[in-house]
Write a new protein. Structure first.
Length: 187
């Protein structure tokens, strides 16, 4: 293991401990600050992925922003839209679309954490719990782990797998993002 490998693992553990010291509202607030810069990616997408969309991408993102501000929203409809978008975009082999998919999945997971309950998903996805990687010990840290790769514009891979396939992913870039997020929410 190199210093970067160890650092990623240690940062993830430190973030998990930090998240565990926060109440649910504080966790959601921290995660939203980390997620908010990615919402423009979701909002700006115009590829149709549903025959009868209930929401547009801009409407879903506006709903997320209102939810973050404490306003009442139809969390189920927003969640369903985001998970459907994430699923369709992740099926494409285009890495840029896959990163947008990850942004949508992270936003859906954040909304589920905010709601404190399971939210409706498109019938194409069996279980919304499986939409974010489960290589970290808590939902808080799983979202952060996904964001580290997404914010570094990379298709997600667990940091351990990045060691096995170093030519596929830039673990150093993901570690820089993880370090930046750690500083952003702990200082």
């Amino acid at each position: 293991m190199t210093e970067t490998d160890t650092e990623y693992s240690e940062l993830l553990q430190a973030l998990d401990e930090f998240g565990g010291s926060l109440g649910p509202h504080e966790q959601v607030s921290c995660l939203y600050r980390l997620l908010a810069p990615l919402l423009g990616r979701v909002e700006g997408e115009d590829m149709e992925f549903s025959d009868e969309p209930v929401l547009s991408n801009p409407e879903a993102v506006r709903g997320l922003r209102r939810a973050a501000a404490g306003e009442s929203v139809d969390a189920d409809a927003i969640h369903e839209h985001l998970t459907a978008m994430g699923l369709v975009y992740s099926e494409d082999q285009d890495p840029d679309l896959h990163v947008i998919s990850q942004s949508a999945y992270a936003a859906a997971a954040w909304l589920r954490l905010l709601a404190g309950r399971k939210l409706r998903t498109d019938d194409q996805s069996e279980d919304d719990e499986d939409l974010i990687p489960a290589f970290a010990p808590s939902t808080f840290t799983q979202i952060i782990d996904l964001l580290a790769w997404t914010r570094s514009d990379q298709v997600y891979i667990s940091w351990e797998d990045a060691l096995t396939y170093p030519d596929l992913r830039d673990l150093q870039a993901a570690t820089r993002e993880l370090r930046a997020m750690y500083a952003e929410i702990t200082t």
